[in-house]
Design a protein around this ligand. Structure first.
Ligand code: MOS
Length: 778
């Protein structure tokens, strides 16, 4: 086969009617007719009517239920197990434990390079909730009865539930390598010189509590064997990641492991890979020779399915009178729990990269404690770091007597300082986010209005915080297939999961934009390793920027094929034809046209297949989203209650793909940030038992409708980014949740004069601060 300059293939001088790829990357959209609109979810009806089948809805007539016996101690050795009682419970089909050697296989909680290998049912339990045995029975009740009938003798070991104590000499060792999981350092410039140049230096310690993952759908799966083929319906952010992990752990060919996750009820980072529960379900199903459903209880999810690591952060900052930052010194201590799980992942990134500063030094220490492993949690590290940095900016502004927005504007960076070679961003609108946000919020007016109000116990205040997210999508790999049927309807085949963010809708909009097909006529086939194309997990706020360009490329390929077929019907040069609406027409002679569904080639073939790939991001530039948030609070200084009155979020995530899903991401991200600031904290009994004392939704408080203001305004700052990728979108899921908590704390400071450095800011904490620090002094 030969190829001409346009990239068309020829066989014996005849053009091949179908080429697998578009001839080149499509140009940036000039004007869009579908993309950017506020389109409701294409699967909204299924979701609200209950006809959508989530993994936890999957059922089979002969299905049995799994349940896991978990270690009740934070640190213990299993001395003996007696399962005879469990095997005798009616309805029990399988019991597995460290005694069933075939099933007690190797496991690691983390990626290969960080591995501390353990057994699936390890006889050393390093956190409360580690699996010790599992059963499958005909009803969930029988399964739990059987779990309770297993007799285990434990040797209880000394535990550590406190990050600082973990580093003391003589502390119980959680692993042979000691209690330090990881230490990282970063330095640029010379911080001592920077502090010497400063007019004001402030040092402060900030802490954030451990947040637990609380997705609506619990963690789990249904596992079913068909001969030597395993199918898993798993609530996951990435079916291919689960497939890879399970194939490796069970020593199976990838082709024999099929993972399906069409719908899933939230993940937020905790469902990026397979859990021990996935393996346990597969093993129980094999032993029972029945499909097994194994979904964790909320209590089990709290104990074992992941958390946002708690952080202790010390930040020292120097600033000149004119607002120039001269030095930032950060040290962070955090814990990923009992295994290497990224306790300090990205904990210092905001300090390194958000503001222009020549002298920066950071140090992070990740320690082991006897608690459940951390998981990525909507913008790993970033909201914690923002809690420290953005409150520090507020304190610096106050100390030198300038407006907090102005201090930030003074230090907006032109490039990524933390990366080698200081590459520029493909686009950055941090400045516009601050300026436009402040204007829309009436920031300056409220700032002076509330500062002059000194009477009454209901004190209002406003606060600001900004942020950046360190990623912005990328690829390859990203492969999409678009199939265009003879009646003009479309099947979009994509491996990525829609984790509840509206991904499917956005992708359908991209197809609609290129092919003029109404979104209702687009069916999305997705998140199934058996039938869809490889995709990396939906995380890192990258699903839209990673997959949408490949969707666009696939749709453009279909369009090119349609035009070439129409050219034959119209006896025209394909380069003079365009697809407009449902017609292909000639730009030279508009009477020369054919309805798409009348194109002979399409009718003959029945379906046209377009394959789309995504190229890599530009090598010498960085794709990052930015944002700024403004918050108004009212603090009752008698009770310590803080009411969040309203939020305004100005986000630069590149092109807005669907204005409705954009705005709902903003509402969701702020809700999650309110949880971090105000209500959420895992409580471990650090001295007596080491156990988690608030393992339910009564005692572990996530924000409710009463905690979240109705007045949340989203203002997209849409800078045309022609370099990030062929859609110009940069991702929004995580960026929103980064500055929220700090904006609240800064508003509380403005309202009351207290500096609240430790989450959660419940009424008890605010009252403590009001009484010990005297409150507002104006
Ligand atoms: Mo996200 S924390 O990468 O799901």
């Amino acid at each position: 086969m030969k190829q001409d300059q346009k990239g068309l293939y020829y066989v014996q001088g005849v053009p091949v009617p179908e080429t697998p790829k578009p001839r080149r990357d499509p140009d940036p959209w000039e004007k869009t007719s579908v993309v950017g609109k506020a389109l409701p979810r294409i699967d909204a009806y299924e979701r609200v009517s209950g006809t959508a089948v989530y993994p936890s809805d999957v059922t089979f007539p002969d299905m049995v239920y799994g349940a896991v016996l978990r270690c009740p101690y934070p640190h213990a050795r299993v001395v003996s197990i007696d399962v005879t009682g469990a095997s005798g419970v009616p309805g029990v089909h399988a019991v597995i434990s460290s005694l069933t050697a075939d099933e007690n296989i190797q496991w690691s909680y983390t990626r290969d390079q960080l591995e501390i290998p353990v057994k699936l049912f390890d006889t050393t339990c390093r956190f409360e909730g580690e699996p010790v045995a599992a059963v499958a029975a005909e009803t969930p009740y029988q399964a739990w009865d059987a779990v309770r009938a297993i007799k285990v003798t434990y040797e209880v070991l000394p535990f550590i539930a406190d990050e600082e104590k973990a580093l003391l000499s003589g502390a119980p060792q959680i692993h042979a390598s000691g209690n330090t999981a990881k230490k990282d350092f970063y330095n640029r410039g010379d911080v001592s010189r920077g502090f010497a140049e400063a007019d004001v230096v402030i040092e402060q310690t900030y802490t954030t509590a451990c947040e637990l993952h609380t997705p609506m759908e619990l963690h789990g799966c249904v596992a079913k064997w068909d001969g030597d083929r395993l199918t898993l319906w798993e609530s996951t952010q990435g079916v291919f990641a689960v497939q890879a992990r399970i194939a490796k752990v069970l020593n199976m060919p990838l082709a024999k492991v099929r993972v399906i996750g069409h719908y899933m009820g939230g993940g937020f980072g905790s469902k990026l890979r397979a859990g021990k529960y996935t393996v346990i379900a597969a093993l129980l199903a094999r032993r029972a020779a029945r499909p097994v459903k194994l979904f964790l209880s909320r209590e089990e999810t709290f104990l074992a399915a992941g958390n946002r690591p708690p952080a202790r952060m010390k930040l020292k900052a120097g600033v000149k009178k004119d607002g120039t930052l001269t030095a930032l010194e950060f040290s962070g201590l955090a814990t990923g729990g009992a295994y290497p799980a990224g306790g300090t992942a990205l904990l210092d990134w905001q300090v390194r990269d958000l503001y222009s500063c020549p002298n920066v030094r950071t140090e992070t220490t990740d320690v082991y404690i006897n608690a459940g492993p951390a998981r990525p949690f909507r913008a790993p590290g970033h909201p914690q770091c923002s809690w420290a940095l953005e409150q520090m900016l507020d304190a610096l502004a106050e100390a030198i007597g300038i407006d907090p927005v102005d201090l930030r504007l003074k230090n907006v960076p032109a490039f990524s300082q933390a990366r080698k070679g200081h590459p520029p961003y493909t686009s950055t609108a941090l400045r516009e986010c601050l300026v436009e946000g402040a204007r829309a919020f009436e920031w300056r007016e409220l700032r002076s209005k509330y500062a002059s109000e000194t009477k009454g116990h209901l004190r209002r205040g406003v606060g600001v915080a900004a942020g950046l997210w360190f990623a912005g999508g990328g690829g390859p790999p990203s492969t999409i297939i678009v199939r265009f049927f003879s009646d003009g309807s479309v099947n979009l085949n994509m491996g990525a999961s829609d984790i509840g963010t509206g991904t499917k809708t956005v992708m359908a909009m991209v197809v609609a934009e290129e092919l003029g097909v109404r979104p209702e006529l687009i069916e999305v086939e997705h998140a199934d390793t058996g039938t869809t194309q490889y995709a990396t997990p939906s995380g890192g706020s990258k699903t839209v920027p990673t997959e949408a360009p490949a969707v666009r490329a696939a749709a453009v390929s279909v369009k090119e094929q349609l035009i070439r077929m129409a050219a034959e019907d119209l006896k025209a040069d394909p380069d003079t034809l365009v697809l407009r609406g449902q017609e292909v027409l000639s730009l030279r002679d508009e009477s020369k046209k054919v309805r798409v569904t009348d194109i002979t080639g399409l009718k003959k073939r029945g379906v046209i297949v377009g394959v789309g790939y995504r190229g890599p991001n530009p090598e010498d530039k960085v794709v990052n989203p930015f944002g700024a948030q403004f918050c108004e609070v009212e603090v009752n200084t008698r009770t310590g209650e803080c009411r969040i009155i309203r939020f305004l979020a100005a986000h630069d995530s590149g092109r807005v793909m669907d204005r409705l899903t954009f705005d709902t991401q903003v509402v969701g991200g702020i809700t999650m940030g309110i949880g971090l600031a105000m209500t959420e904290a895992r409580v471990l009994d650090r001295s007596q038992t080491g156990k988690m004392v608030n393992r339910n939704w009564h005692d572990y408080k996530i924000p409710t409708a009463l905690d979240v203001p109705a007045d949340i305004v989203s203002i997209p700052i849409e800078i045309r980014d022609t370099e990030a990728n062929t859609t110009g979108a940069k991702g929004l899921g995580e960026p929103v949740t980064i500055p929220t908590a700090a904006a609240i704390a800064n508003a509380i400071r403005h309202a009351t004069g207290i500096r609240a450095t430790a989450t959660p800011l419940d009424p008890a904490e605010i009252t403590r601060l009001l009484t010990t620090k005297g409150g507002k002094q104006r």
